[in-house]
Ligand binder design. Structure first.
Ligand code: UD1
Ligand code: MG
Length: 454
């Protein structure tokens, strides 16, 4: 069976009150439309056509790397008209699934089920809502066969009392669809070409229509405003958290956990409250992530303990490290293993070899640091001369005294000791004490000034 998928995304999204087209608003850090495209890809269709609106060029521009065909619908004349614009893209295929760009939580599994049920004709995903206001209603006969769909604005009071609604998501045999699209009119309350009218046409033609009702309403919920966007964001996060917990990750409070990307994890990972995971993150076995921590595109080794309030981005943290509280680890950093990084330490684009410690109030940037190095409190690598960045190299076992400025480019030899308070702008030899500071003296006979009488 050759499948084509048409995603409708031409609507204005007026109720978002935004300059950004609705389908580009992010859910879990990813544009709504991208969620739908990703779901469509899972079905491995021959083609995915996305219908976007006039002036909405930002939509194809923002998602230009997606393997989809962009179809412009210059005027939004209705869902039926929108599908008709994309029919060219599905030429020669057997079946078409229609998705909405603003219904982001739809799952491929549900669509496969819909396709199976619709194999003889048309399938439409439906759900029962306690408040169906605004939606098209599914009208069935006494034998529960779907007869047609009526829009809210065209419905009689009787029809309005029906609680089974049309999600808009349909699976339709390609050959019939061409014919039905040509036959639908716009003689209705909104003067639009309704895609939903093909259901009545199918029934009239003797083609079976399956109303496939599902339990999980969230999967079919569309987003019209920011209140609904926030609600679906919570639903998405609730689902991800539940999945993780079922797979063996401890979340101290699943309601205070956010995943905006993909998380891989080992055994017995514990995540405290208010943790945000973004991009691609991997956590090894027995990792603890402290409260209020942000992990973005990073790989955390086994038995790493990250305490509260850390931000780690584009970095690799080797096994057994102790990080935080209040550490910031910036892009290009690798901690090889068993490192201690403490409070108010910022590390950027540096490689810190095994067992080295930077425990308090330091900035380490563009550095290569050996094994078992101790960086004292308040050490700064002065990596920037105002125009260029330079490297600091520190050999194995070196000891950098507190409040030292290492003016790069500079190298500290293995086993070297740097006296506290030094400004080191020349290389320091191995195994020796190097310091650069005024000698301490005590002035004999010095007295504190006394306040003069006026
Ligand atoms: C539509 C359905 C309704 C269903 C509801 C579910 C029709 C006639 N009605 O109503 O039965 O309960 O969705 O949310 O189909 N779009 C275009 N071009 C257009 C019009 C719409 O691309 O010319 C896109 C929109 O961007 C949106 C989707 O189609 O993604 C649905 O359009 P919308 O105007 O929200 O339809 P509803 O009136 O809500
Ligand atoms: Mg709608």
């Amino acid at each position: 069976m050759k499948l084509g998928i048409i995603i409708l995304a031409a609507g204005q999204g007026t109720r978002m009150r935004s300059k950004l087209p609705k389908v580009l608003h992010p859910l879990a850090g990813k544009p709504l439309l991208k969620h739908v495209i990703d779901c469509a890809k899972e079905l491995e269709p021959e083609t995915i056509a996305v219908v976007y609106g006039h002036g909405g060029e930002l939509v194809p521009e923002s998602l230009s790397t997606e393997p989809v065909e962009w179809v412009e619908q210059a005027k939004q004349l209705g869902t039926g008209h929108a599908v008709a614009q994309a029919m060219k893209a599905t030429r020669g295929l057997d079946r078409v699934i229609v998705l909405y760009g603003d219904v982001p939580l739809i799952r491929a599994e549900t669509l496969r089920h819909l396709n199976d049920r619709a194999a003889q004709g048309v399938g439409v995903l439906t759900v029962e809502l306690s408040d169906p206001t605004g939606y098209g209603r599914i009208l069935r006969d006494d034998a529960r066969h779907v007869m047609r769909i009526v829009e809210q604005k065209d419905a009689t009071p009787d029809e309005l009392s029906v609680c089974e609604i049309n999600s808009g998501i349909m699976s339709i045999g390609r050959s019939n669809l061409d014919d039905w699209l040509a036959r639908i009119g716009n003689d209705n309350a909104q003067g639009e070409f309704y895609l939903t009218d093909i259901v009545g046409l199918a029934v009239a033609d003797g083609v079976p229509v399956e109303g496939v009702m599902i339990d999980n309403a969230a999967e079919l919920m569309g987003i019209n405003d920011r209140v609904q966007l926030a609600a679906l964001e919570r639903e998405y996060q609730r689902q991800r958290a539940a999945e993780l917990m079922r797979q063996g990750v401890t979340l101290l409070d699943p309601a205070r956990f956010d995943l905006r990307g993909t998380l891989r994890y080992g055994r017995d990972v514990t995540i405290d409250i208010n943790v945000l995971i973004e991009g691609d993150v991997t956590l090894g076995d027995d990792v603890h992530v402290g409260a209020n921590t942000v992990l973005r595109n990073c790989c955390i080794g086994d038995e790493v303990h990250i305490r509260e309030n850390c931000v780690i981005e584009d970095a690799k943290i080797g096994p057994g490290c102790r990080i935080g509280p209040f550490s910031r680890i910036r892009p290009g950093t690798e901690l090889v293993g068993a490192n201690h990084v403490g409070n108010f330490v910022e590390i950027k684009k540096s490689r810190i070899d095994e067992g080295s410690k930077i425990n308090h109030l330091s900035y380490v940037g563009d550095s290569v640091i050996g094994r078992k190095v101790n960086i004292g409190a308040g050490t700064i690598t002065c990596n920037y001369d105002g125009a260029n960045k330079h490297q600091t190299r520190i050999g194995d076992g070196a000891f950098i005294g507190s409040n030292t400025a290492l003016v790069a480019p500079v190298a500290i030899g293995p086993g070297a000791t740097i006296g506290a308070g030094s400004i080191i702008s020349k290389d320091a030899p191995e195994e020796r004490l190097t310091l650069s500071r005024a000698k301490q003296t005590t002035i004999e006979g010095w007295r504190r000034p006394i306040k003069e009488k006026k």
